[in-house]
Design a protein around this ligand. Structure first.
Ligand code: CO
Length: 465
């Protein structure tokens, strides 16, 4: 019997996409024992924006969340998303920080580390991969992930070459990450057939979003073409900017005689559990029903949904919404000038802001942001296609762009020992120090709050006695 397994994303990407990752651990603790018996390929539950959200908005220690997930999901594969050398932040960290982060992630309970780089510059995956191998348990899987996008240089052949490279590097599975939900059924069919022919013995995973309305069709074609694993979300947290629905996929697969290993009763129970939780966030406004609708604009402009809403918010702030159409039309031009980077964090923000600036200033590239300058210098990695000569000249003058990983040229990341000294007795573990390296301000605030809370509790306990 043909087997296609499903990864449940409600604990990470589904709530990240629909409600800005604001789902607290306590909300879903009560369903973990059932989720552990559902039969998913894996449960995506950590990494991405969860780490930042825990510290910044939810007052949670992300590492403690991970240990609790591990304790309550003893039989499941716990999966995280990692931005390669950027870890879970927005800048490049030094190799020893990356290695320590991976060591602690595995130690606290992660099984599958899905590693990607915004530019698909796989040099930025090397350290994370070798650290994963170094600290691997028998359950650990290093999954190499490709940021999917469309452009004149992103051909089927190019993606096949990328997959061969990920295999050669030593990744155990390959994931195609279609963050904007713009992969069409036709593209999925040709891409996945091509990849399966080239690296057929490696499990292939499709991660897409319903944003543009194509995901169900795309997955149908992906399944026909031989995909092994698909990411889905429990149905009340599916659709719109999130993933397609787990139960719907189960139902459709059954009629094709495809075994996805799920227990029907359990996946329905999981959905029933999350329904009132979703309603709570719709009622309090954290889950905007707009994010549940289909938005086909992304197909025209190849711009992820989140990027559009960001642009609208910025232009509204500046009372310049009359420039929206011009800014939107400028995005593909900026992207072409920059060598067609995939529009995923942090490139989506950089390209979007530059397009807005070009239009508002009234002269293209009169102002160039620091981030875009660093990108042009090669500090993020190699662009998929050559950057325009005009821009290279403007930013670099007669210098050449960086031709190696930025870590090999200069030490950019924080030092673990320096961070330890900076925190003093606020830090009680290596995990605290790592949180500080990733998000210093939020972590200091979190650790101070933790200390104050404990001191209050101690006073209270003594008085009670
Ligand atoms: Co996603």
């Amino acid at each position: 019997m043909r087997k296609v397994q499903l990864t449940e994303t409600v604990l990470r990407d589904a709530n990240q996409s629909l409600m800005a990752t604001r789902l607290p651990y306590k909300d879903y603790e009560g369903i973990l024992a059932d989720m552990d018996k559902a039969g998913y390929y894996s449960i995506e539950c950590w990494g991405g924006a969860t780490f930042d959200s825990c510290l910044r908005y939810l007052g949670e220690d992300p590492w403690e969340r991970l240990r609790n997930l591990r304790k309550n999901l003893p039989n499941s594969r716990l999966q995280m998303l990692l931005r390669g050398q950027n870890l879970l932040g927005y800048k490049h960290y030094h190799d020893d920080v990356v290695e320590k982060f991976i060591e602690l992630s595995i130690k606290n309970g992660i099984d599958i580390i899905r590693i990607f780089d915004a530019l698909n510059d796989f040099r930025n995956l090397e350290t994370a991969l070798s650290a994963t191998m170094k600290y691997a348990t028998p359950k650990t899987i290093a999954s190499g992930c490709i940021s999917y996008t469309q452009s004149p240089v992103h051909t089927v052949d190019k993606y096949i070459e990328m997959c061969k490279e990920l295999k050669r590097m030593g990744f155990q599975t390959i994931c195609l990450k279609d963050m904007a939900g713009t992969m069409s059924p036709y593209e999925a069919e040709h891409l996945i057939k091509g990849i399966k022919d080239a690296v057929g013995d490696m499990p292939l995973i499709l991660h897409t979003h319903c944003t543009t309305g194509m995901a169900y069709m795309t997955i149908t074609k992906a399944v026909e073409a031989g995909i092994d694993v698909v990411d889905t979300a429990t149905s009340c947290f599916s659709g719109g900017t999130s993933q397609p629905a787990t139960e719907t996929m189960y139902y459709a697969f059954q009629q094709y005689g495809i075994d996805c290993g799920l227990d029907e009763e359990t996946i329905n129970k999981v959905n029933d559990f999350f329904k009132p939780i979703k309603q709570k966030y719709v009622d309090n406004g954290q889950l905007n029903p707009k994010s549940l609708a289909t938005d086909s604009q992304a197909l025209v402009y190849k711009v992820p949904g989140g990027m559009l809403s960001n642009m609208i918010a910025n232009l509204t702030d500046m009372k310049a919404m009359d420039k929206f159409d011009a800014a939107l039309a400028e995005i593909p031009n900026v992207r072409a000038d920059l060598g067609y980077p995939p529009l995923v964090t942090p490139l989506s923000q950089m390209v979007g802001n530059q397009a807005v600036t070009n239009v508002l200033v009234g002269e293209r590239y009169k102002n160039i942001s620091k981030e875009v300058k660093n990108y042009i210098k090669g500090e993020y990695g190699t662009a998929p296609a050559p950057i325009s000569d005009e821009l290279l000249k403007k930013v670099l003058g007669d210098e050449s762009p960086v031709d190696c990983r930025i870590e090999d040229q200069k030490r950019t990341g924080e030092d673990f020992d320096a961070a330890k000294d900076a925190l003093g007795d606020l830090a009680r573990s290596e995990e605290d120090i790592m949180s500080y390296i990733c998000y210093p301000d939020q972590t200091v605030k979190f650790l101070k709050d933790r200390k104050a809370k404990e001191e209050n509790e101690a006073v209270y306990t003594i008085e009670e006695m």
